[in-house]
Design a protein around this ligand. Sequence first.
Ligand code: ZN
Ligand code: ZN
Length: 251
Amino acid sequence: MTRFSQKLKKIIIDTIFPIKCISCNTEGFWICSRCQLKIATRDEHVCGICEKTITPDGRTCQACKKHTGFSKNRIAILDGFIDACEYSNPTVSKAVHLFKYRFIPDLHIPLGDLLIKAFQKTNLPLPDIIVPVPLHQKRLRWRGFNQSELLANHISKNLLPNSEIEICPNLLSRIKNTSPQMKVKDYQSRQQNIANAFCLSPNIEIKNKTILLVDDIATTGSTINECVKILKKSGGGDVFAIVIARQETKR
Ligand SMILES: [Zn+2]
Ligand SMILES: [Zn+2]
């Protein structure tokens, strides 16, 4: 499609289905600024592994580090986990649904702003690189965009006022076309479903780099943990993950 016909299509679609705030129906925005301000981002975070212990900035708690042998062998586990909002917030869950399943890429802006707001509330170090959780090629073709990459891009451009943080969208790739984690019943099956699903590009140097891993939603966290494993095994430094919300919680 040419640029002109793409624009025309957009004008026609916007006329038939005008954009309205998903919360208050104000025309012209997916989430208007008033409703965006009302969405609370978390002030307090829990450890991303046990999801129980409250820790500063969602850093992995000592018990989880000990349990996984983290300090002894530097076993590859997450260093910190930020879920920006509560999934039970109706504006958040509706926006995520429209973003992913009604294919509205523009929603990455208000959702990405929530990630930035949540990150800025923490004292986490600024990442050297930002890495989105990749989609399998088949799923990418189906959706037309990788929602995590759009969010990661938004963070990379807007986290700092005057400079961009490097984004590495091709660092990880998904080599296994897994079923969506939401459709897999229990925790163990989810771990099996996602095991060895990713590989890492050998052309990007990540040694000792602080990495911010970005995904839209976390279910059990198995996807994120699988990415962390491969990043750390390849020499990555601290890995923090950020998502809009957890869809399921152990809490
Ligand atoms: Zn509104
Ligand atoms: Zn823990």
